[in-house]
Design a protein around this ligand. Structure first.
Ligand code: SF4
Length: 399
């Protein structure tokens, strides 16, 4: 049994995509090769953290969730720079960017060069935007932890802003090429951050935002309702139960092409040469039996149909063979088209009597003396009777 670690959004998402990969990363702690686009995102985030930090005016935090949390009285940061005054020059910003830059993970100097120019452009444009529209952050790159109904979670929040009406806005920067409103609405990451901020701060959360840096566009959504959070909690529970039960099955898919663990993953492990022949024979035999099974299934169907036609012509239900008697059985069922039944039930105000609308529920309603006979008659008329014939074998006594 594995002890479940505190789950972050990326840990949760990794497990959902492939539990085996989660194990390699979070349990075995195997390193991954650096990737240029991840390095790029990290550098831009760290520069943004330094750029926005001087503007932070903290707010009170809940105490009790974790004793080590800071309260407002313990905060001794300098006052933020007066509005209208740049707190960092563009030259200082670019110097910070140059100091933070690392070429890790880029496939070529050309690729690194392209990303480096993109980062400069993106940061400068965002810096100018901040000079025009100064945010009111209460925290940047904040590490928050919580125990959400028994599940320990944590995350680093890029920024928490105070809104004009005194609430909080959670902001997550995105350096990706494309981003849509749907991404913000469906983001489990923002939902998890909402839970973390709610557990650690006292003010209400008013907005959840993915900030698309390439287009300087905030994609804002309202906080999630309890139903959405409950669904996420259930999924986190499934992940946490899976980890506890050592369920680390590989889940092959498109992600495998970018996975660093292909060479050790059981999904792609090859049969050792010493076992090749034995296993090849088993596979061939399995294939032959499968084909035989399909052949027998279709022959069985054809024989039953022929027997049925002959018995129908002769009007018999029992046909003796050498050792057994074949007995023709009849199964009858009424089926109702839900599309036809639903409007009728709604019109007559009895739709709550059929629950999910299974044929059994509709049949029960048709027989129910408490329901208006006219409604029952009309519902019954939408039904169609289905008859199925099948054969059973009975051994002749003494055969
Ligand atoms: S190669 Fe595919 S199945 Fe194997 S660990 Fe990686 S993602 Fe999972």
């Amino acid at each position: 049994m594995t002890l479940v670690p505190t789950l972050s959004y990326s840990s949760y998402r990794t497990y959902l995509k492939c539990p085996q990969r989660w194990k390699y990363l979070y349990l075995d702690k195997l390193p991954e090769a650096p990737r240029g686009y991840f390095t790029f995102g990290r550098v831009v985030h760290s520069v943004l953290e330094e750029l926005v930090r001087p503007l932070v005016v903290p707010t009170a935090r809940r105490v009790g969730e974790a004793e080590s949390q800071r309260t407002l009285d313990e905060w001794h940061a300098p006052a933020p720079p007066p509005v209208g005054e740049p707190w960092m020059t563009s030259e200082e910003l670019l110097a910070l960017y140059d100091r933070s830059w690392t070429g890790e993970g880029y496939v070529s100097p050309e690729e690194e060069g392209r990303y480096r120019v993109l980062g400069r452009d993106l940061l400068l444009r965002y810096y100018e935007h901040l000079l025009r529209e100064r945010p009111h952050p209460v925290a940047v790159e904040e590490h928050l932890e919580a125990r959400w109904n028994g599940i320990p979670i944590h995350g680093y929040i890029d920024r928490i802003d105070r809104t004009a009406s005194g609430g909080l806005e959670i902001v997550d920067y995105k350096t990706s090429r494309e981003l849509s409103n749907g991404d913000a609405e469906d983001s489990d990451q923002l939902s998890l951050y909402q839970v973390l901020v709610e557990s650690n701060y006292t003010e209400p959360i008013e907005r959840l935002t993915l900030y698309h840096l390439r287009s300087l566009t905030p994609l804002r959504t309202r906080p999630r309702d309890r139903g959405v959070l409950l669904t996420l909690h259930d999924r986190l529970g499934t992940v946490s139960d899976g980890i506890r039960a050592d369920a680390f099955e590989p889940n092959p898919g498109r992600q495998c092409s970018r996975c660093d663990f292909r060479s050790i993953c059981p999904e792609f492990r090859t049969v050792p040469p010493t076992d090749e022949r034995r296993l090849k024979e088993l596979v061939d035999r399995f294939e032959a039996l499968r084909e035989e099974e399909h052949r027998l299934e279709s022959e069985l169907r054809r024989t039953a149909e022929e027997l049925h036609r002959a018995a129908e012509d002769l009007g018999v239900h029992r046909v003796p063979g050498t050792r057994s008697v074949a007995i023709r059985r009849r199964e009858e069922a009424w089926q109702y088209s839900l599309d036809s039944v639903r409007p009728l039930l709604e019109q007559t105000g009895v739709s709550d009597r059929v629950g999910t609308g299974t044929p059994e529920e509709v049949r029960r309603l048709v027989r129910d003396p408490a329901v208006d006979p006219e409604v029952r008659r009309r519902v019954a008329e939408t039904g169609a009777r289905r008859v199925r014939w099948y054969w059973e074998l009975e051994r002749e006594s003494g055969a």
